[in-house]
Design a protein around this ligand. Structure first.
Ligand code: G6P
Ligand code: MG
Length: 222
């Protein structure tokens, strides 16, 4: 029986994913690395340091910088990202999300955030929806990033639920892989080809209707 919903944040509740990608693209250019759009998309859902390491690998510069230099690059990217976060308001909640959260609350579902972002609490408070979530996974306490299932398993534990009692939402290929590795029902938001491992896929958050998703969840759980 469905008892809880677990949400990624960037690209699911709000379009902050585009700010992350723009800030990374900016840094990559400064380092003389030209990322393809597929390479840029592969950074979705990936933690800050893992993203930087991936960019350096794409640019064949993986051994070029010291740990301190890399920390400086990551901090520079984060500053750019935070400038954008400052401009965020409740108007930046993606279409369909407010209704989805309200329907979930009405249905008595518990809710948790499973974002790799250390900035998640700040973004949620800018959006004015922090109080709607029962739990937020602290990514600083995790050992492995998405696509490892750890963050989704942790979210499920925080809600005190089993894997077949939750539905998890993601916009990233790495995130869908993490949900499926945690043996949970995955809703993918975005490109069907990229998110093909998900149990239910929509192009945009506008199409997220709780009753429709629950119908497929129930059919799968039979
Ligand atoms: C999310 C985003 C990633 C980001 C990661 C770390 O998973 O989708 O793009 O790199 O969080 O975010 P942070 O705000 O801590 O740098
Ligand atoms: Mg995301």
């Amino acid at each position: 029986m469905l008892k809880g919903l677990i949400f990624d944040l960037d690209g699911v509740l709000t379009d902050s994913a585009k700010f992350h990608l723009a800030a990374w693209n900016n840094l990559a250019q400064e380092l003389g690395i030209k990322l393809t759009s597929a390479q840029l998309d592969s950074l979705r859902g990936i933690s800050r340091m893992d993203s930087l390491n991936l960019i350096l690998k794409y640019g064949k510069q993986e051994n070029k910088y010291t740990k301190t230099q890399k920390e400086e690059f990551a901090a520079e990217k984060n500053e750019k990202f935070l400038e954008q976060v400052e401009t965020m308001t409740p108007a930046d909640i993606l279409p369909g999300i407010t209704e989805l959260l309200a329907d979930a609350k009405k249905a008595g579902l518990k809710m948790c955030i499973a974002s790799a972002s250390k900035n998640a609490p700040k973004i949620l408070s800018k959006l004015g929806i922090a109080s709607q979530f029962d739990q937020i996974v602290n990514p600083a306490l995790l050992e492995r990033g998405k696509p490892d299932p750890e963050i989704y398993q942790r979210a499920q534990q925080l809600l005190q639920l089993h894997n077949d009692e939750v539905i998890s939402f993601e916009d990233a290929a790495a995130g869908v892989a993490a949900i499926k590795a945690a043996h949970q029902f995955a809703v993918g938001i975005g490109d069907k080809q990229i998110l093909k491992g998900a149990d239910y896929i929509v192009k945009s958050t506008k199409e997220l209707k709780l009753d429709k998703i629950v119908a497929v969840f129930k059919r799968n759980n039979k």
